[in-house]
Design a protein around this ligand. Structure first.
Ligand code: 6GU
Length: 225
């Protein structure tokens, strides 16, 4: 998989890809991540990227020309399965979208800033718009990192334990049950006996019940779906 991220602040988001799971996936050759500084496509000697909005109103809008130049250059080099725009005014990211994207060959992620991008960018290029939740970030960069993490960990071979992506919260629409490790008792707080029993069918059943109860308590909306 190849991911091209177009952003006005590549430096803000490079470091997560230099550590831990994301770095390992890149080192193993399972994913390539390329950063494109929109400023390199800016207009004139000032490398202008944004302007005030037609019709008035506060906030600057990213202009179409620099984004067109950057995306068109990438498209001349390879085909893209999806061109994604990170924006709070979109459907929220979920596990199903992450699963879908993990199967793509080449994707572009465009991150917005300021008041967003000229609508014509969205009309002309964007095939998918994604928000990461109902709150506003200063830019789409951190949201792009969240998306990349959620997608890259699903690529076969990225996680050491192949099972672990499948037993995640949300993979089966239930939140995870509680987990414990040694010691079996700490400061009077005991691990539930069932987990020490060695009775694995019973343990599975206990975990399922706990997952269901936890989901019902804090995310009943997941059970409705
Ligand atoms: Cl994708 N961008 C911004 N700026 N804010 C957000 C978001 C994205 N998702 C949630 N909040």
């Amino acid at each position: 998989m190849r991911i091209d991220i177009i952003t006005v602040s590549p430096e803000l988001i490079k470091s997560p890809f230099e550590h831990s799971m994301l770095k390992r996936a890149i080192d193993k050759g399972l994913v390539e991540v390329h950063f494109h500084n929109l400023r390199d496509y800016g207009i004139g000697s000032y490398k202008k990227l944004d302007d005030t909005q037609f019709g008035g109103g506060a906030g600057m809008v990213l202009m179409i020309e620099p984004i067109d130049k950057c995306i068109s250059k990438l498209q001349s080099e390879r085909n893209y399965d999806d061109i994604i725009y990170m924006t709070p005014d979109a459907k929220t990211l979920n596990q199903s979208v992450a699963n879908t994207l993990s199967l793509k060959e080449n994707i572009i992620i465009l991150t917005g800033h300021y008041k967003g991008v000229d609508q014509r960018v969205r009309d002309k290029f964007i095939t998918r718009e994604i928000s990461i939740g109902d709150y506003v970030l200063t830019g789409g960069e951190l949201a792009a990192v969240v998306l990349c993490d959620a997608v890259i960990r699903l690529i076969p071979g990225v996680l050491g334990d192949e099972q672990s992506a499948l037993t995640d919260s949300f993979q089966d629409d239930l939140l995870s049950p509680p987990v414990y490790t040694r010691p079996a008792e700490y400061d009077g707080m005991k691990v539930p006996d069932i987990l020490l029993s060695g009775n694995f069918p019973k343990i599975d059943k206990w975990r399922e019940e706990k997952a269901y109860q936890h989901t019902k308590n804090i995310r009943p909306d997941l059970l409705d779906e």
